[in-house]
Design a protein around this ligand. Sequence first.
Ligand code: FAD
Length: 443
Amino acid sequence: MDRKHALVIGGSIAGMVSAQILAKYFEVVTIIEKDDIKSSDVRNGTPQANHIHTLLVKGKQILSEIFPELEKDMMKSGALGLDYILNGQYFVDGYWTPRFASGLDSYFSSRTLLESTIRIQVEKNAKIQFMNGLVTSLVTDNNKHVSVKIKSGKDFSSEQILHGNIIVDASGRNSKTPEWLQDIGYAKPEETHVDSNIGYATRCYKIPKEYQDVKEFIVILNHPPYQPKMGGILPIEGKRWKVTMYSIGQDLPTTDEKEFLEFARTLADQKVYNMIKNAEPESEIHGYRVKGSRVIHYERVKTWPENYIVIGDAVCTFNPFYGQGMTVSVLGCKLLDEFLNKNLSSRENLTLEFQKELYKKNSYPWLLATGEDFRWPTTKGQRPNALARMTQAYADSILYLSPHSKFAAKSFQEMMQMTRSPLVLFHPKLMVQLLARKIKPKI
Ligand SMILES: Cc1cc2nc3c(=O)[nH]c(=O)nc-3n(C[C@H](O)[C@H](O)[C@H](O)COP(=O)(O)OP(=O)(O)OC[C@H]3O[C@@H](n4cnc5c(N)ncnc54)[C@H](O)[C@@H]3O)c2cc1C
């Protein structure tokens, strides 16, 4: 493969991180982004940025490897360094979880700040350039390599075709790759959907004076299968709280002011309500509806362009509640690095092989998200197998143990933060504690 020019469709988290990786292997990398990336507001292309975004510890660790100055720059811009256990208050099954220093820390900020700080790192890389343009289709002359058709310039009125030795689609959950490929003669890839019907409503507040020195975030968890409502407060840069109401399957939160507060009041605990009821709002209430989780099975296709890769949300999206999306996107970029490092010089048809590897990498977070979704009777789609259901039920029982055991709280967080495999939950000490408290996995 020639290594002259790599193209990336989409200049968000997966796009920018994969561009940084590609710059190790290609002379020039062009990121094509339809929005004005310099905008300090939430962009049209990433409406999810209005809502709480937490970066898992694993995601933070990988981002620090790829961008050594990112953490320092985030903190300089007002992000808060918080420990997921010491600074996190979780209301689980009627109890608050214990708090202690766990070393499971990350930086907390708006998603917009994280994205713009990653962009600052990427702009330092002389091999990477940004282009403002909308990719509208793929073109091919021999069915092995594709190029992109782009609308750019004023009002996107001019059209051009760009060829890349490799092209990465990182255009997010509304990626048009399946349609674009069909238009040039490829078969439509299969998809798996788990529809759990999720609603978010989020508002920013000024942190009231009495809370300004309190370094904590709060999550009031829901309880399957009968209490779907959840809510949380996250401190972010600019002395603001991001406050999110969330529900799954039914009772979805709305953007109506009274209903927002009423939703908070009727969570399993009223702490969030009491904190916000007199606080000063800094934004309108933003809503978001997510159908659920979706994976596009590029790994199953028979024919595939030799220079095309799909990454991030464009391949696999999750119920956002578990906070996995950005970390899984970044893990996919790390995989791309390892994959190109190993195969770029020695192999020709490597893009489909990459999609197969990526599918394997994504399957654990997929099981985690969809397994939990099926705890709700309203969820529709292909159910996980019996083993996965049992593992999920067991993980839930460790969650319900966590208010009563520091060891359980830490083990559960290590799994959620992707710093350790789910095997961490099968420690004999946890099994003994479960028996002692008579907590039984509910399958
Ligand atoms: C409500 C909600 C809450 C979430 N909370 C969390 C959380 O707490 N933690 C977490 O890790 N994840 C969370 N996520 C998931 C997270 O937002 C995504 O996983 C992550 O942003 C994926 O990044 P991406 O780069 O793949 O796609 P995106 O961030 O969606 O970016 C796609 C980019 O492509 C551009 N684009 C699209 N089409 C074109 C085109 N044709 N031409 C040019 N450019 C194009 C868009 O403008 C956009 O910039 C949440 C998601 C939602 C919906």
